[in-house]
Write a protein of this length. Structure first.
Length: 140
Protein backbone atom coordinates (compact mmCIF):
# COMPACT_ATOMS: atom_id res chain seq x y z
CA UNK A 1 0.00 0.00 0.00
CA UNK A 2 1.33 3.40 -1.02
CA UNK A 3 2.27 5.73 1.84
CA UNK A 4 2.23 9.52 1.46
CA UNK A 5 4.60 10.08 4.40
CA UNK A 6 7.56 8.29 2.81
CA UNK A 7 9.99 9.17 0.04
CA UNK A 8 12.21 6.37 -1.24
CA UNK A 9 15.76 7.00 -2.42
CA UNK A 10 17.83 4.40 -4.22
CA UNK A 11 21.46 5.39 -4.61
CA UNK A 12 23.80 3.73 -7.07
CA UNK A 13 27.46 3.67 -7.97
CA UNK A 14 28.65 0.99 -10.38
CA UNK A 15 25.81 -1.35 -9.47
CA UNK A 16 26.73 -3.83 -12.20
CA UNK A 17 29.80 -5.03 -10.34
CA UNK A 18 29.50 -8.16 -8.22
CA UNK A 19 26.99 -9.97 -10.39
CA UNK A 20 24.27 -11.99 -8.63
CA UNK A 21 22.87 -14.89 -10.69
CA UNK A 22 23.98 -13.16 -13.90
CA UNK A 23 22.51 -9.76 -13.02
CA UNK A 24 24.09 -6.63 -11.62
CA UNK A 25 23.39 -6.07 -7.97
CA UNK A 26 21.40 -2.91 -8.82
CA UNK A 27 19.01 -4.89 -11.03
CA UNK A 28 18.71 -7.57 -8.34
CA UNK A 29 17.88 -4.87 -5.78
CA UNK A 30 15.21 -3.22 -7.95
CA UNK A 31 13.59 -6.51 -8.98
CA UNK A 32 13.46 -7.85 -5.42
CA UNK A 33 12.07 -4.53 -4.15
CA UNK A 34 9.28 -4.49 -6.73
CA UNK A 35 8.51 -8.18 -6.17
CA UNK A 36 8.23 -7.69 -2.40
CA UNK A 37 6.78 -4.20 -2.37
CA UNK A 38 5.06 -3.60 -5.76
CA UNK A 39 3.54 -0.29 -4.71
CA UNK A 40 7.04 1.21 -4.21
CA UNK A 41 7.13 2.38 -7.84
CA UNK A 42 4.00 4.47 -7.14
CA UNK A 43 5.56 6.29 -4.19
CA UNK A 44 7.75 9.38 -4.23
CA UNK A 45 10.99 7.87 -5.45
CA UNK A 46 14.42 9.34 -6.20
CA UNK A 47 16.82 7.24 -8.27
CA UNK A 48 20.30 8.72 -7.94
CA UNK A 49 23.60 7.81 -9.54
CA UNK A 50 27.15 8.84 -8.60
CA UNK A 51 28.79 8.93 -12.03
CA UNK A 52 28.75 5.16 -12.63
CA UNK A 53 31.04 3.86 -15.36
CA UNK A 54 29.70 0.31 -15.68
CA UNK A 55 26.37 0.97 -17.42
CA UNK A 56 24.29 0.62 -14.26
CA UNK A 57 23.28 4.27 -14.54
CA UNK A 58 21.63 3.48 -17.89
CA UNK A 59 19.60 0.69 -16.28
CA UNK A 60 18.62 2.96 -13.36
CA UNK A 61 17.52 5.80 -15.62
CA UNK A 62 15.58 3.43 -17.92
CA UNK A 63 13.18 2.50 -15.11
CA UNK A 64 9.67 3.78 -15.75
CA UNK A 65 9.22 5.43 -12.36
CA UNK A 66 10.92 7.89 -10.04
CA UNK A 67 12.80 11.13 -10.35
CA UNK A 68 16.27 10.53 -11.77
CA UNK A 69 19.28 12.42 -10.40
CA UNK A 70 22.95 12.45 -11.29
CA UNK A 71 24.85 13.41 -8.17
CA UNK A 72 28.56 14.04 -8.79
CA UNK A 73 30.92 12.04 -6.65
CA UNK A 74 32.03 14.10 -3.67
CA UNK A 75 35.29 12.15 -3.34
CA UNK A 76 36.92 10.39 -6.31
CA UNK A 77 38.80 7.64 -4.54
CA UNK A 78 38.25 3.92 -4.07
CA UNK A 79 38.13 3.36 -0.35
CA UNK A 80 35.64 2.66 2.39
CA UNK A 81 36.04 6.22 3.67
CA UNK A 82 35.43 7.74 0.21
CA UNK A 83 32.32 5.59 -0.22
CA UNK A 84 31.01 6.78 3.15
CA UNK A 85 31.64 10.45 2.25
CA UNK A 86 29.87 9.99 -1.10
CA UNK A 87 26.92 8.27 0.60
CA UNK A 88 26.61 11.11 3.12
CA UNK A 89 26.74 13.67 0.32
CA UNK A 90 24.00 11.77 -1.54
CA UNK A 91 21.86 11.71 1.58
CA UNK A 92 22.34 15.46 2.05
CA UNK A 93 21.24 16.09 -1.56
CA UNK A 94 18.12 13.99 -1.08
CA UNK A 95 17.19 15.44 2.32
CA UNK A 96 17.23 18.91 0.76
CA UNK A 97 14.65 17.79 -1.83
CA UNK A 98 12.32 15.62 0.25
CA UNK A 99 9.08 17.08 1.56
CA UNK A 100 7.79 14.00 3.38
CA UNK A 101 8.50 13.33 7.07
CA UNK A 102 10.32 10.05 6.33
CA UNK A 103 12.96 8.79 3.91
CA UNK A 104 13.51 5.15 3.01
CA UNK A 105 17.09 4.96 1.81
CA UNK A 106 18.06 1.94 -0.27
CA UNK A 107 21.55 1.11 -1.45
CA UNK A 108 22.22 -0.85 -4.63
CA UNK A 109 23.25 -4.01 -2.80
CA UNK A 110 20.01 -4.69 -0.94
CA UNK A 111 17.74 -7.69 -1.39
CA UNK A 112 14.11 -7.68 -0.32
CA UNK A 113 11.71 -10.46 0.54
CA UNK A 114 8.41 -10.55 2.43
CA UNK A 115 8.39 -6.79 2.99
CA UNK A 116 4.72 -6.17 2.15
CA UNK A 117 3.98 -4.23 5.32
CA UNK A 118 7.42 -2.78 6.05
CA UNK A 119 6.59 0.80 5.04
CA UNK A 120 3.29 0.98 6.93
CA UNK A 121 4.71 -0.68 10.04
CA UNK A 122 7.76 1.63 9.99
CA UNK A 123 5.66 4.79 9.64
CA UNK A 124 3.42 3.64 12.49
CA UNK A 125 6.47 2.95 14.67
CA UNK A 126 8.05 6.31 13.86
CA UNK A 127 4.81 8.25 14.35
CA UNK A 128 4.25 6.66 17.76
CA UNK A 129 7.87 6.94 18.98
CA UNK A 130 9.43 10.36 18.32
CA UNK A 131 12.67 9.19 19.97
CA UNK A 132 13.22 6.60 17.19
CA UNK A 133 14.92 8.01 14.10
CA UNK A 134 15.95 4.94 12.09
CA UNK A 135 14.14 1.73 11.21
CA UNK A 136 16.31 -0.94 9.63
CA UNK A 137 14.88 -3.91 7.77
CA UNK A 138 18.05 -5.98 7.70
CA UNK A 139 17.97 -9.52 8.99
CA UNK A 140 21.09 -11.30 10.10
Amino acid sequence: MKNEKVTIELCNYNGNRNMVRGKGRLQTTVESLLDSCPYASEMRFYLSDNESTDGSDEYLFSLGFGTKLRIPRFVNERSWQAMTKNNMNNLREIVERVETPYIWRIENDSFFYNQNEFVQRSVQLLDQNPDITIVNLRRW
